[in-house]
Design a protein around this ligand. Structure first.
Ligand code: URA
Length: 433
C-alpha cells in the first residue's frame, strides 16, 4: 500500500477502506508516513468528506491507537458530557455537580482552551491548588468514591487524535464534519462511561456556524456512538453570544458558584437544566423530563449540588476556602467599564470577537505555551434582547496588561444595538437521540 494512492483516492472522492485508514493512522504514529502526506489527505477529506461508515471506521482506528480507561469496576451510571466548544461555556462546572448530586457519576477528561474558546481545565486550575493531572487509578477511585472527577487527558489516550489535532490546527483542516466527529468520539469512547451527552454548539462563537451543520455533526456523532454500543444523545445549542455573563477563568468559576447557589443567567440555566434532565433520563434516574428538572432544582435548593462541587475541589487538592468565599479570588489590577454611546436593544454580541478580546486581555492562549492570567476576562452587563440607554455599561474588562484601549474599543464593536426590540432565540435548538 502507498500513501500517495490513498491521497489520490480521497482526492477523487472515493471511499477509503479500513485497511487504508489503518495504514495512514499507523504510519503517522510510527513516522513511516510523513506529516506532509497526512496533511494532504486531511485536506482531501475536508474537501470531499467521508461517508458515515468511513467516519465510524476512522473513529475506531483512532480509538485503538492508544490506551482506554476501564470503568466497569466503578458501580453506578457513569456519564460524560462534551461540548464542541464556545465562549463563556462553564456548563461542566455547574451541570457536573448537579447531576452527580442526583446519583450519577461524572468521569470526564477535559481539554484546555485554545484561541477564542475557553477550556474547563484552565477554569478549574484557576482555583488555587486544584490538580488536573492525576493518575488514572486515582481518577477511577475519585469517580467511585465521590461520583465526580474532571481531569486532564492522562495516559496514552487516543495518541492519533493528539497528532492529528495538532496538525489540523496548523493546516486549516479543523473544520470537517468527519474529522471533528472522529476526534471527539474516539476520545469519548476511550473513557468507558455508560452515558454520553454531546453539546453541539452552533453560531458565531462555535465551529459550526449554522444549525444545519451542527445537526449533521450531532447526528453523525450519535450514530457512531450507538454503533459502538453507547447510550449517547446530543443537544444542539446556540453560541450566538457568550453563554452567561462571565468570560475568563476565575470570572467563570465565580459565575458557576453563583449558579450552584441558585443565582443564574437565563441561558446558562436553560442549558444546565436541559442537559441535566437529558442525562437523568439517559441514566434512568428519572422517568420524565419534568421529574428530572424538579430533582435538579431540589439539588440546587438543598445545597447538595454546591456540596458536590466542593467535594471535587477538595479531592483534587483545591483550596475550598475560595469556593466558600469567592471574594478571596484575586482581582485584576486594571478594569474598565465599556459604555454604550447609543440607546436601543442589543441585537448581537459577537461571541468569537469577545472570546478573542478575552484572550488578548490574558484569559486565553494564542499559542499552546502561553501562560494564562486567571483573573483576566470580560463580564457582560447586557445580553441579546436587553434594553440599553446611552451611557449604560455593556461590559467590564479585567486585565493585568496596561495597554487595553484598543481591546476596549474592540469589545464595544462586538456589541450591536438596534433601534427596535429584538426577539431572543431559544438557546436549545433541538436534540438528537
Ligand atoms: N473538539 C475536539 O476534541 N476535536 C475537534 O476536532 C473539534 C473540537
Amino acid at each position: 500500500m502507498r500513501m500517495v494512492d490513498i491521497i489520490e483516492k480521497k482526492k477523487n472522492g472515493e471511499k477509503l477502506t479500513k485497511e487504508e485508514i489503518k495504514f495512514f493512522i499507523t504510519g503517522m504514529l510510527n513516522k513511516s508516513v510523513p506529516l506532509y502526506q497526512v496533511s494532504a489527505l486531511l485536506m482531501a477529506i475536508v474537501f470531499n468528506g467521508m461517508t458515515d461508515d468511513e467516519t465510524a471506521l476512522l473513529t475506531d482506528v483512532m480509538l485503538k491507537s492508544g490506551d482506554t480507561v476501564d470503568l466497569s469496576s466503578v458501580k453506578g451510571y457513569k456519564f460524560d458530557k462534551h461540548s464542541t466548544g464556545g465562549v463563556g461555556d462553564k456548563v461542566t462546572l455547574v451541570l457536573g455537580p448537579m447531576v452527580a448530586a442526583c446519583g450519577m457519576k461524572l468521569a470526564k477528561m477535559s481539554g484546555r482552551g485554545l484561541g477564542h474558546t475557553g477550556g474547563t481545565l484552565d477554569k478549574l486550575e484557576s482555583i488555587p491548588g486544584f490538580q488536573t493531572r492525576i493518575p488514572i487509578s486515582q481518577f477511577k477511585k475519585q469517580v467511585a468514591d465521590i461520583g465526580i472527577a474532571v481531569v486532564g487527558q492522562t495516559g496514552d489516550l487516543v495518541p492519533a487524535d493528539k497528532e492529528l489535532y495538532a496538525l489540523r490546527d496548523v493546516t486549516g483542516t479543523v473544520n470537517s464534519r468527519a474529522l471533528i466527529a472522529s476526534s471527539i468520539m474516539s476520545k469519548k469512547m476511550a473513557v468507558g462511561t455508560d452515558v454520553i451527552l454531546l453539546d453541539v454548539k452552533y453560531g458565531d462563537g462555535a465551529f459550526m456556524k449554522n444549525v444545519e451543520d451542527a445537526t449533521e455533526l450531532a447526528k453523525l456523532m450519535v450514530s457512531i456512538g450507538k454503533k459502538m454500543g453507547k447510550n449517547v444523545r446530543a443537544e444542539i445549542t446556540g453560541m450566538d453570544q457568550p453563554l452567561g455573563y462571565a468570560v475568563g477563568n476565575i470570572l467563570e468559576v465565580k459565575e458557576a458558584i453563583d449558579c450552584l447557589h441558585g443565582k443564574w443567567p437565563d441561558d446558562l440555566k436553560e442549558v444546565c437544566f436541559s442537559s441535566g434532565s437529558t442525562l437523568l433520563l439517559q441514566g434512568k434516574v428519572c422517568k420524565t423530563e419534568k421529574d428530572a428538572r424538579e430533582l435538579l432544582q431540589k439539588k440546587i435548593d438543598s445545597g447538595e449540588a454546591f456540596e458536590k462541587f466542593r467535594e471535587m475541589v477538595i479531592a483534587q487538592g483545591g483550596d475550598v476556602s475560595y469556593i466558600d468565599n469567592p471574594s478571596k479570588f484575586p482581582v485584576s489590577m486594571y478594569s474598565q467599564e465599556i459604555r454604550s454611546t447609543t440607546s436601543g436593544y442589543v441585537s448581537r454580541i459577537e461571541a468569537k470577537g469577545i472570546g478573542i478580546d478575552a484572550m488578548k486581555l490574558g484569559a486565553g492562549r494564542e499559542k499552546e505555551e502561553d501562560i494564562i492570567d486567571f483573573a483576566a476576562g470580560i463580564v457582560l452587563n447586557k445580553k441579546i434582547g436587553d434594553k440599553v440607554q446611552k451611557g449604560d455599561v455593556l461590559a467590564t474588562l479585567y486585565t493585568e496588561r496596561p495597554h487595553f484601549d484598543r481591546i476596549a474599543k474592540d469589545i464595544y464593536s462586538n456589541f450591536h444595538i438596534s433601534e427596535s426590540k429584538v426577539e431572543v432565540k431559544p438557546i436549545i435548538e433541538g436534540q438528537i437521540k
